[in-house]
Design a protein. Structure first.
Length: 464
């Protein structure tokens, strides 16, 4: 019954903080009941089942957004794989605490969970399942991502509850003092970063119409051109606001050879009238070849530069040919499309192009609007750029290089949703510590976790 109670408490806290959950404080306490159980005398099989069940049940809130949309194997992996990683981390902590030292068990919980999350990021979903994203709603607590990537956030979310669980189980003050001290140090660093002056601002306009989403599926020139006209009319209304960057959503419409030139001419004219950079996403088709692209029109109305999305949604975008190169303009505006922002390794390489604002056409699934938006915001902090993200069935978001949301608006089916705001440009793009040292902290966790586990096979001899 105790194991059942611990599982229920952790599952409820994980459900409220993981994935679609938005109660960030719960992430710091969710592992605690399971770790308290693990540091005690419960059977290993009981601990294993409790840990897996708690995390897997907590992850089922993803079904609200993706059930019926993503393939069943993808959903099973999305729920089951992170639960396995959590279970392995808990068992590693239990093993090392018993065989080496209780406090070493706390460290191995954090290092192994971080290491497994990092190694898992080489898979097809990148970092999408990482628990660090639960903290984006509390930007002061994620500033260490500019130093060590989201891996430092994940480390802390494991270390703090593990230290408190050990303190409660063994009635020792030191573990809890270490955990609370690290939490306070992380928060203090966030407060220091927030105290720094903001950079120069860029006037940005974001536009979306969920109602016109059907144009993305209509292989018809008249429908595509009408959708472009509708968006352009909204953009031209922003002329009086002095916008210098306008972002439309992903896959605004389908473009093919018969109407491609006319579509580009319309958008170029709008960019010139506004004297602004205009970014618009399209399903670009040439016979059987399809690309998910963003056309990027310069303020002088010249020919567009083209960015092609590099990371497709499994199942839904299997017909699209992925791109293979980043795009950053001479005015330091970078371009990504939707799911590209889930892959921190790629974005870290892109940051070498020194974009200080990232323009992101996107398309979400309504229920996952905040979840997917949070993933993109984490990239702001890691790489030091601001972001202008226009997501159909999601959010219009302006966020700064510290992950603070400057302006936010939910899209809807009631005509157009627009957002205009002054976005502070990033000031340290390409110069965050994380940009310079790459995933050194994650590899340190891999090494430390491995060493601690190996020590467990050579336990200390007890004095006679």
């Amino acid at each position: 019954m105790i194991a059942f109670f611990c599982t229920a408490l952790s599952a409820a806290a994980f459900f409220g903080s993981l994935g679609l959950g938005d109660l960030w404080p719960l992430a710091w306490v969710a592992p605690l009941p399971i770790l308290w159980l693990a540091f005690g005398r419960a059977r290993t099989l009981t601990v294993s089942f409790a840990a897996f069940a708690a995390y897997a049940i907590g992850s089922t809130n993803l079904l609200q957004a993706y059930a019926g949309l993503l393939p069943l194997p993808t959903l099973i992996i999305a729920i089951g794989a992170p639960a396995i990683l959590f279970t392995l981390s808990v068992l590693a902590a239990r093993f090392v605490a018993a065989r080496v030292d209780p406090l070493a068990g706390v460290f191995v919980c954090a290092t192994v969970w971080t290491a497994l999350g990092y190694l898992g990021s080489f898979g097809p979903d990148g970092t999408a399942a990482n628990i660090a994203y639960s903290q984006v709603s509390a930007p002061m607590l994620i500033q260490s991502a500019s130093l060590f990537g989201l891996w430092s956030v994940a480390f802390l979310i494991a270390f703090v509850p593990a230290s408190i669980a050990l303190a409660l189980r063994r009635r020792r003050v030191l573990p809890a003092a270490l955990g609370i001290g690290l939490f306070a140090l992380n928060a203090a660093y966030g407060a220091y970063v927030f105290a720094q002056p903001a950079g120069l601002t860029l006037r940005v306009g974001l536009i979306d119409s969920d109602r016109l989403g059907s144009a993305a599926f209509a292989d018809d020139g008249a429908i595509a051109l009408a959708a472009i006209d509708a968006y352009d009319n909204q953009a031209l209304k922003m002329a009086r606001d002095g916008v210098r960057l306008v972002v439309y959503p992903e896959k605004l419409a389908i473009v093919e050879e018969p109407w491609r030139a006319q579509a580009a001419a319309k958008l170029a004219a709008t960019a010139k009238t506004l004297n602004a950079t205009l970014v618009a996403g399209f399903d670009n088709r040439d016979g059987p070849t399809r690309e998910n692209i963003a056309w990027v029109f310069p303020p002088d109305g010249g020919a567009p530069k083209i960015y092609s999305k590099r990371h497709m949604v499994p199942g839904l975008e299997h017909a699209f040919r992925p791109g293979n190169a980043p795009l950053t303009l001479s005015n330091h505006i970078g371009i990504e499309i939707c799911r590209d922002m889930d892959f921190n390794r790629m974005l870290r390489k892109d940051s070498r192009e020194h974009a200080d604002v990232m323009a992101v056409p996107a398309w979400d699934f309504d229920a996952d609007a905040y979840l997917h938006g949070n993933m993109a915001v984490m990239r702001d902090v890691e790489n030091g750029f601001a972001m202008a993200r226009s997501a159909r069935n999601g959010l219009l978001t302006l966020s700064d290089a510290q992950g603070r949301v400057i302006a936010l608006r939910r899209t809807s089916n009631d005509g157009f949703t627009t957002l205009v705001g002054d976005l502070p440009r990033g000031t340290n793009t390409g110069n965050t510590l994380y940009d310079r040292i790459d995933d050194a902290f994650a590899w340190l966790c891999v090494a430390a976790g491995t060493i601690l586990l190996l020590l467990g096979f050579f336990p200390r001899k007890k004095a006679v």
